[in-house]
Design a protein around this ligand. Structure first.
Ligand SMILES: NC(=O)c1ccc[n+]([C@@H]2O[C@H](COP(=O)([O-])OP(=O)(O)OC[C@H]3O[C@@H](n4cnc5c(N)ncnc54)[C@H](OP(=O)(O)O)[C@@H]3O)[C@@H](O)[C@H]2O)c1
Length: 376
């Protein structure tokens, strides 16, 4: 039995992970679960999976849960999340929190020697080298959950990172693939939330529409696979069947394919190096007919270029890119700014930023706060 703890168990990744666990009760047991405000969902998860430890965002929700489940340890707030990450008893901690709030818990889990299934891409976008070095120092595995990084990780099995020539990250292109800049001006929240292939949380869905998601993935791949951004290419592949590819120095290209269903990469991260059965549909090549590939239009989707620029310039730039993006996506969701304002404002914030060296966690957190303070 593998002991699993999940940070962000009520979200899109968290609930899909629990779906896998519920269908494989002989393989997994759940030790800790956390959520933000969706406490009703967490309550059902507590009843179904019987964890020892949970954490919620607000103290008043923690008090209510404690009254209802007397045996359960209930924590709350950021300090509670940190405590769960460090003390939850588990073989693998799935970090499926959304946003930069995932960074500190990842760090705490690493320090306590836990292997991590990492969905929270903002951890490596902001923590980058610092997190990878800490993981190495503590002998901790970081198993990718993002479908593209899982594809690369799978294509790497039996091969060596030093033989990689190039990585191809595939992108669906999102709901606005083929749009002009002018057409992007008028798009609505409802349109941006309508992803053609994937069903995900709202932040990543908007990131997919701006193509910032692919930019964040380029940065994540840079650190996960120790490869310079010059050797990471993005290919728009609207069918989302090829989840990413690795080209080796002998020009062999190994790709991982499958239906666009996150339960596949989540399962692989939880059971690696083994695979388990699931009820995900198999790819029907004959009904698909063909697979297509296009270049990303970075004149229209500026966020992708801005992410490349941030990782190439290094230092504090990726933290700035991420903080600005998180604030602006939230403002777009709340109807305070237009869709195109997201990329325009990130570009301005990056131009104005004077780079700072990142040595430790406190540098990352203070740059993040500085940028949020300017935009909020
Ligand atoms: N969804 C996907 O298919 C997918 C694919 C690849 C990578 N990812 C990455 O995985 C991560 C999670 O994505 P998601 O789509 O699953 O996000 P999501 O559906 O928005 O779920 C986020 C989780 O974080 C919790 N949370 C939010 N704010 C919190 C706070 N202030 N304190 C404590 N917990 C809080 C949420 O709790 P509540 O439910 O209570 O709000 C929820 O459990 C992201 O980094 C995303 O980029 C997702």
């Amino acid at each position: 039995m593998k002991k699993i703890s999940i940070l962000g168990s009520t979200g899109s990744i968290g609930t899909q992970a629990l779906d896998i666990i519920s269908k494989n009760r002989d393989k997994f047991t759940v030790k800790a679960l956390t959520c933000g405000k969706r406490v009703e969902v967490l309550t059902k998860q507590i009843e179904a999976f019987n964890p020892d430890l949970v954490c919620v965002e607000e103290e008043r929700d923690a008090i209510k849960l404690k009254k209802r489940f007397r045996r359960l340890e209930v924590l709350w707030g950021e300090s509670g999340l940190k405590e769960v990450a460090s003390k939850a008893e588990c073989d693998i901690l799935l970090n499926s929190l959304v946003g930069m709030r995932g960074l500190v818990p990842t760090y705490e889990a690493i320090k306590s020697g836990k292997n991590i299934a990492l969905a929270n891409k903002e951890t490596l976008v902001t923590g980058g080298k610092f997190i990878i070095d800490e993981a190495k120092k503590n002998g901790v595995k970081i198993l990718p959950v993002d479908s593209e990084h899982s594809a690369i990780f799978q294509a790497l099995q039996g091969n060596s990172e030093k033989d990689i020539k190039r990585i191809y990250l595939t992108a669906s292109g999102g709901p606005f693939r083929g749009y002009t800049l002018k057409e992007l001006e008028g798009v609505t929240l409802e349109q941006a939330l309508r992803h053609p292939n994937w069903s995900m949380g709202s932040k990543i869905t908007i990131d997919s529409a701006t193509m910032m998601n692919k930019g964040l993935e380029v940065i994540e791949a840079r650190w996960l696979f120790d490869i310079e951004p010059e050797y990471i290419d993005v290919i728009v592949h609207k069918e989302s069947i090829i989840h990413s590819m690795v080209e080796y120095k002998d020009h062999s290209i190994i790709a991982q394919l499958g239906a666009p269903d996150m339960r596949v990469p989540i399962s692989y991260a939880l059971t690696y190096p083994e695979r388990i059965r699931n009820d995900v549909p198999t790819v029907d090549f004959f009904s698909l007919g063909s697979l297509t590939f296009e270049k990303a239009d970075t004149k229209v989707f500026r966020c992708l270029d801005l992410a490349y620029e941030a990782i190439k310039k290094g230092k504090s730039y990726p933290v700035v890119l991420n903080a600005a993006n998180e604030v602006l996506v939230q403002q777009f969701i709340e109807g305070k700014i237009s869709f195109i304002d997201i990329q325009r404002t990130i570009e301005r914030v990056m131009e104005e930023h004077v780079a700072v060296n990142i040595i430790g966690l406190s540098d990352i957190l203070s740059i993040d706060q500085e940028i949020r303070g300017k935009l909020e």
